[in-house]
Design a protein around this ligand. Structure first.
Ligand SMILES: Cc1cc2nc3c(=O)[nH]c(=O)nc-3n(C[C@H](O)[C@H](O)[C@H](O)COP(=O)(O)O)c2cc1C
Length: 221
């Protein structure tokens, strides 16, 4: 099916057939729509990055340059509009996710307004940011921490749901930035949270959601 036929078929059926018995029962006369193959050689930069997005877990010890670190953090959750809104969406614009940055030199907290990394701890805590051995090798481990004190009167369940969803968007921004720069990255849930929270001296209403390792990849061939 070429593009013209596809447009015609879409207009005729008007909707995409959903799977699952309930949806099928309501689909009536609708027919499946054969989608076009994703374009490999697309000139759209986002399409090119999505082809490259993946998790990698082998890192060299090379530190990230100031330029890469700055751009990565802005891509992750920087401010992209005059009203202070960010590169990733956040539920009710609560902006509850803080990004802590664990580097060999120490632990920092990203301040997007001042465009600063504020020092928190002069200690290399990369090894405590996850249970997998590679975490201590990655140049940077981002730790996504939800500050529940910014989340109003939601229930605990809602706070966790929103924080997890919001973190997913930030993490994907980092994945796409890494794909654009040839960096290795993996988002991680396998964390000893009480141990990490204790080292980071977090308050009880600050919750570690996920971590994400970033660095230069070990070339395998
Ligand atoms: C919420 C979440 C938690 C994850 N936790 C870990 C983890 O603790 N350790 C790890 O090595 N990978 C972790 N991953 C990465 C997945 O294993 C990876 O995305 C999956 O295998 C698919 O591979 P891909 O990212 O290359 O497509 C996690 C991914 C997500 C979305």
């Amino acid at each position: 099916m070429n593009r013209r036929e596809f447009m015609k078929a879409s207009a005729t059926t008007g909707a995409v057939l959903m799977t699952g018995s309930l949806s099928l029962a309501f689909a009536g006369e609708l027919k499946p729509i054969q989608l076009l193959k994703p374009e490999m050689g697309s000139s759209n930069p986002l399409m090119q990055l999505l082809w490259k997005r993946k998790s990698l877990r082998q890192f060299t010890s090379e530190p990230l340059s100031g330029e890469v670190l700055s751009n990565m953090l802005w891509a992750a959750f920087g401010i992209n509009r005059p009203d202070g809104k960010r590169t990733a969406p956040s539920a009710k614009n609560q902006q509850e996710i803080d990004i802590y940055v664990a580097r060999a030199k120490g632990l920092y907290l990203y301040d997007p307004k001042a465009n600063l990394l504020n020092p928190i701890l002069a200690e290399d805590i990369r090894g405590v940011t996850g249970r997998q051995p590679f975490v201590k090798e990655a140049a940077v481990n981002l730790i996504y921490v939800a500050d529940y004190s910014r989340m109003g009167t939601h229930t605990e369940e809602e706070k966790l749901f929103y924080s997890a969803a919001d973190t997913g968007f930030i993490s994907e921004n980092v994945y796409l930035y890494c794909a654009s720069e040839g960096l290795a990255t993996v988002v991680r849930a396998n964390i000893d949270r009480p141990a990490l929270a204790s080292v980071m001296k977090l308050r009880t209403d600050q919750k570690i959601i996920l971590a994400q390792s970033v660095g230069y990849p070990i070339k395998t061939s």
